[in-house]
Design a protein around this ligand. Structure first.
Ligand code: FES
Ligand code: FES
Length: 178
């Protein structure tokens, strides 16, 4: 796991960056080497986005940048300057869970939850792109997200259930994924 970023390293280099995260603008002077995930966690204080590796493999850090899922450990914060980022904290509306969060709960699609923010943001991007994705397509899409706990079956099922709910389809495809 990456070491925490100190305030001094965030401010060294004095590059002005403004990123809108979940509808709120965050402006900071940062070192140009700061990663987007570090900006999200250390500048914005939104720690729902996780860091699970140093090799861009685990997907725990996935967020949406200008509407598309991105591993936020693979880009500099400066590359998102002026952009729009959505994190897992932006999914629910007040006390109401997003349908994908509700499906993860319903399908028991998590255990420790460390991978869950990335799974949710990746899964939502897939549903937005292809709400009719097959089990094979869901599994293929999640190739960049690793989970050490659940065995993936329930995660795949939850994404199918959420896609049905979000498109108003009658539930039923979930059985295909059991
Ligand atoms: Fe593992 Fe980004 S922290 S892929
Ligand atoms: Fe524990 Fe996925 S639920 S790593």
């Amino acid at each position: 796991m990456n070491a925490p970023v100190s305030r001094s390293s965030l401010q060294a280099g004095a590059l002005d960056v403004t990123i809108t995260i979940n509808g709120q603008a965050y402006t900071a002077k940062i070192d140009p080497r700061i990663l987007l995930v570090e900006f999200i966690r250390e500048v914005a204080g939104l720690t729902g986005t996780h860091v699970g590796c140093d090799t861009s493999q685990c997907g725990a850090c996935v967020v949406h940048v200008d509407g598309h899922s991105v591993k936020s450990c693979t880009m500099f914060a400066a590359q998102a300057d002026g952009g729009r980022v959505e994190t897992v904290e932006g999914l629910c509306r007040g006390d109401a869970l997003h349908p994908l969060q509700a499906a993860f709960t319903e399908c028991h699609a998590l255990q420790c939850g460390y991978c869950t923010p990335g799974m949710l943001m990746s899964g939502l991007d897939l549903i937005n792109r292809n709400p009719h994705a097959s089990e094979h397509e869901i599994r293929d899409w999640l190739d960049g997200n690793l989970c050490r706990c659940t065995g993936y079956g329930n995660i795949v099922r939850a994404i199918a259930v959420a896609a049905d709910a979000m498109t108003g389809r009658a539930p039923g495809r979930a059985q295909e994924h059991e």
